[in-house]
Design a protein around this ligand. Structure first.
Ligand SMILES: Nc1ncnc2c1ncn2[C@@H]1O[C@H](COP(=O)(O)OP(=O)(O)OP(=O)(O)O)[C@@H](O)[C@H]1O
Length: 358
């Protein structure tokens, strides 16, 4: 159930009255196409994402809209609720990110032109987006290369995070949203551990930073199959290294930061506050200008890049499921008397499996 508080309402007028939809496809995702559209009055170009209107889509739009004010998050301009061939759709008009994906831009740089300091600046921008979200108790849960886009192809372009399809409010627990539950009386910590969802974003930050520094991922499957059992084990046990020669000149501070973000235990993993306070991020202007081999390695691995993306997508999906289950277990084990009382009441109403619904 979505809170109506502060929730903006989509327009019910026809989108085509205000925007002309073009044939230019900006990107493809599991939820459909993102196409270019043009404001009829201002002639400005925008990106249009079409979603089938359902509860999941409403949540995506609501959360994305709420955090649209952040400089490092793709801005939502307008949302329409229109019907096409009898199907209700949500039409999301966003700023058009003409600069394309982060890793394409790094790959396009001349060999040796990309330095550790630039890498730190990029991480600083991505961390600003995650900090904005986490401080508002929202976890993105789908932070991956293709969701990091540049405003333009100019040198001063801004890097922004998009795609809130898996975003989640970290203090809302569906299991407790029953008529007998009054949220105003309950302290946030009573609602259960919210750390798992946020720690998923920190793991992604660690993987993205690793790739930014060297041009290949920390975990990959040996047999070419996306997320093989071996790869899953390596992720779970934190088996990755910093091989030579790509990592030889990279600073120890950068490696330590990655280690902190890829800690296998989500409760020991760094939090976004630790990350943004880390010297390598906070004082990115003082990071050494050591040339990195990222561009060359990305070029060399161009053919396998779709697999790298696929693997990260699957790893995140696995992690979301695992963490949701850990969260439910942690809730079940909680000794908090108020929670126990509520759980008993829920069980009286819905039966014994009620607390496992999510
Ligand atoms: N505002 C934008 N400007 C330009 N291109 C965009 C914009 N938003 C999305 N795209 C492109 O469209 C692709 C798909 O968008 P998005 O990730 O939002 O859709 P999705 O269906 O949720 O995808 P996914 O499969 O990643 O979950 C992006 O990877 C990107 O290439």
């Amino acid at each position: 159930m979505l809170s109506l508080q502060n929730q903006r309402q989509p327009k019910t007028s026809a989108l085509v009255d205000d925007y002309e939809i073009s044939d230019t496809v900006l990107g493809l995702g599991i939820n459909g196409k993102v196409v270019q559209c043009t404001n009829r009055r201002t002639k400005q170009n925008y990106a249009l994402k079409v979603l089938l209107d359902n509860e999941k889509a409403r949540r995506e739009v609501d959360l994305h809209w709420r955090v649209s004010g952040c400089k490092h998050i793709v801005n939502i301009i307008d949302v329409y609720e229109n019907t096409y061939s009898g199907r209700k759709c949500l039409l999301v008009v966003m700023e058009c990110m003409e600069g394309g994906e982060l890793f394409q831009r790094i790959q396009d740089k001349a060999d040796g032109a990309f330095t550790e300091r630039e890498a730190a600046q990029i991480m600083h921008e991505i961390c600003a987006a995650i900090d904005y979200l986490h401080s508002r108790d929202i976890a993105h849960r789908d932070l991956k290369p293709e969701n990091l886009l540049y405003t333009t192809s100019q040198p001063n372009a801004i890097l922004k995070l998009t795609d809130f399809g898996f975003a989640k409010e970290t203090f809302t627990n569906d299991t407790l949203q029953t008529p007998c539950y009054t949220p105003y009386y309950v302290a946030p910590e009573v609602l259960g551990p919210e750390k798992y969802d946020k720690s998923c974003d920190i793991w992604s930050l660690g993987v993205v930073m690793y790739i930014i520094m060297c041009g290949f991922p920390p975990f990959y499957s040996n047999n070419g199959l996306a997320i093989s059992p071996g790869m899953k084990k390596r992720i779970r046990t934190g088996q990755y290294d910093f091989p030579d020669p790509e990592w030889t000149n990279v600073s120890q501070s950068a490696k330590d930061l990655i280690k902190g973000m890829l800690n296998v235990d989500p409760s020991k993993r760094l939090r976004i506050q630790d990350v943004i306070r880390n010297k390598w991020i906070a004082q990115y202007n003082a990071v050494p200008q050591t040339p990195l081999c990222t561009g060359r390695m990305l070029k060399e691995g161009e053919e396998t890049w779709p697999e790298v993306q696929e693997e990260m997508t699957r790893s995140l999906a696995t992690m979301r499921v695992d963490y949701d289950q850990m969260q439910i277990k942690a809730l079940d084990k909680s000794n908090n008397p108020l929670l126990t009382k509520r759980r008993k009441k829920i069980e009286e109403i819905y039966g014994t499996n009620a607390t496992a619904r999510n």
